[in-house]
Design a protein around this ligand. Structure first.
Ligand code: SGN
Ligand code: CA
Length: 528
């Protein structure tokens, strides 16, 4: 749709905006439709946000959203990988329905999506930053996206006019574009802005101003950094995402020129360096160079080996990951300040979230994909003037398919029946309705990078059942007794009733969401 067509449709729907639509805003302080600012990052683990009790860093600006509004602490994705999570957000549907089951396929932007419905409801829509869905964005009046995964330094952006490189740091530039768009938008219409950062995605390249952050401290290690994977399925041992074995020295760990290979025989360098200005490169080398020299000396003399070497890698990785989060947090602050300074805060819903969680040494890993809590959970902090009760934590089960219906609800628009998620509005005051959902469905389909097997499962308030169907293996976790999921109780006699209850719930959810039998199976299911 071109801009003229959009204006026609949006002005028609504005004219059609009924009193009923406004009434749907309920207790909202303003009679005007609220704006929505959706700040979204890539791979940001809940355990690295202080509003969720992080032990490793503080995020004062992200926390502002939780203080002004609420944090949901049982918010999950339906498929813990980038493009599928983004597609679920845009469509309000599970991966098998919206077609984005893996990162490898092109998103079908012709289907009904929330941004298009928001336009119909009279909203101006903008998307800035990481997109990763391979097709051009649809349903946005303005878009400016990173190609593919995007880069941290001197990033290229693609807009309707073509591709252009910008000097600077991606997290800052993405926010610059977002603020510029808010300045130049049509001030007579409500708006939805999706501001989507590349950070803190691999290769965790910090901004120059943060290169020395955390230099003088040790980041606390998770208790299960040295997980031996006993008591769970065999596939855990076969992962290719461990800090010990699968970090590339030159690439992930930023030991420039390092020839040591990882367990997969890799020893390439980091492409960000070739995108830096001479001055940035000088500062980068001044920060990493002396530390890398010490590392090489300790490694070559045999002083750094075994668990100490893993610990060194963990520190290098965790510090860089947290440094990139520092820039995200600062930029969240810039957006919040902008809204406050421009009298928009009282009528704007602000959300901070990320496409999935991440392992920050938990289970000895980096990356995501598994249905275990650290990558299954997503941060979700929301301030919604007149709806959220300041400072509350909400523990009702919620999922990324709920974004679309929540936004449509806020806009006073109809939520089409085909949307599988539900509006979160009824739980945002902390009092969940009695019939609120009791189980969530999850399905990861890929069988590729990082060697995580395909699996599906169900999570309730307390339990999680996972089916690794390629090998017909199951896991069951009692999250109250074993929050870190270190031992499956699937085969324990005491858990047979729970197991049966979860099997029924899984079947019920699959029926509810129209999951075809044997979906993604290589061979027909064998009953266990
Ligand atoms: C890249 C990363 C992987 C990551 C996938 C998916 N490798 O391939 O570590 O799991 O993206 O991430 S990298 O060397 O290119 O960084 S996702 O967030 O886009 O789904
Ligand atoms: Ca991601």
């Amino acid at each position: 749709m071109d801009r003229r067509q959009f204006l026609k449709i949006s002005s028609a729907s504005m004219a059609a905006m009924s009193l009923g639509g406004c009434a749907a805003l309920g207790k909202a302080v303003s009679k005007k439709k609220p704006n929505i600012v959706f700040i979204f990052s890539d791979d940001h683990a809940v355990q690295t946000i202080s509003a969720y009790g992080s032990k490793v860093n503080t995020t004062p600006n992200i926390d502002r959203i939780a203080k002004n509004g609420v944090a949901l602490d049982r918010f999950f994705c339906c498929n813990s990988i980038c493009a599928p999570s983004r597609a679920a957000i845009l469509t309000g549907k599970h991966s098998h329905v919206n077609g984005q089951m893996t990162n490898g396929v092109v998103f079908d932007g012709e289907q009904v999506t929330m941004p298009k419905l928001m336009q119909k409801a009279g909203y101006q829509t903008a998307l800035i930053g990481k997109w990763h869905l391979r097709s051009d964005p649809t349903g946005f009046d303005y878009w400016q996206i990173l190609p593919g995964q995007g880069c941290y330094y001197s990033p290229d952006f693609i807009s309707a006019e073509g591709q252009k490189r910008y000097e600077g740091y991606a997290t800052d530039i993405t926010t610059d574009f977002a603020l510029q768009w808010m300045d130049k938008r049509d001030k007579n219409k409500p708006f939805m802005l999706m501001c989507q950062h590349k950070a803190p995605h691999r290769t965790w390249a910090p901004a120059i101003r943060h290169l020395h952050l955390y230099d003088d401290i040790d980041i606390p290690e998770p208790d299960n950094l040295f997980d031996d994977y006993s008591g769970r399925i065999d596939a855990l041992k076969d992962n290719e995402m461990s800090i010990e074995n699968h970090m590339v020295y030159g690439y992930d760990l930023k030991v420039e020129g390092c020839k040591i290979k990882d367990a997969l025989g890799r020893n390439f360098g980091n492409g960000e360096l070739s995108r830096m200005t001479p001055d940035q490169l000088k500062q980068w080398r001044a920060a990493y160079g002396p530390k890398n020299e010490k590392f090489m000396a300790d490694y070559e003399s045999g002083k750094l080996k075994g668990k100490d070497l893993v610990r060194w890698k963990y520190q290098r990785y965790a510090k860089d990951y947290l440094r990139t989060i520092k820039a995200v947090d600062e930029n969240v602050g810039r957006v919040l300040d902008y809204l406050e300074e421009n009298d928009l805060a009282d009528n704007t819903i602000v959300i901070y979230s990320s496409d999935q969680g991440f392992y920050v040494g938990d289970h000895g890993w980096y990356d995501k994909r598994w249905m275990y809590e650290e990558s299954f959970r997503m941060p979700f902090l929301i301030q919604w003037p007149g709806v959220t009760k300041a400072g509350k934590t909400i523990s009702s089960l919620a999922q990324n398919i709920d974004f679309a219906p929540t936004f449509l609800d806020a806009a006073g628009a109809e939520i089409p029946d085909e949307i599988q998620g539900v509006s979160l509005r009824p739980i945002l005051d902390g009092k969940a309705p009695k019939d609120w959902r009791k189980g969530l469905y999850y399905h990861y389909y890929e069988r590729g990078e990082h060697h995580v097997p395909a699996h599906e499962g169900v999570r309730t308030d307390r339990y999680k059942l996972i089916s690794f169907y390629d090998t017909n293996q199951w896991e069951l976790f009692d999250l109250e007794k074993d929050p870190k999921e270190m031992k499956s109780v699937y085969n324990e006699k005491a858990y047979v009733p729970i197991r049966n209850m979860l099997l029924v719930e899984l079947a019920r959810l699959k029926k509810q969401y129209n999951v075809p039998e044997n979906l993604n199976r290589r061979k027909p299911n064998v009953k266990q």
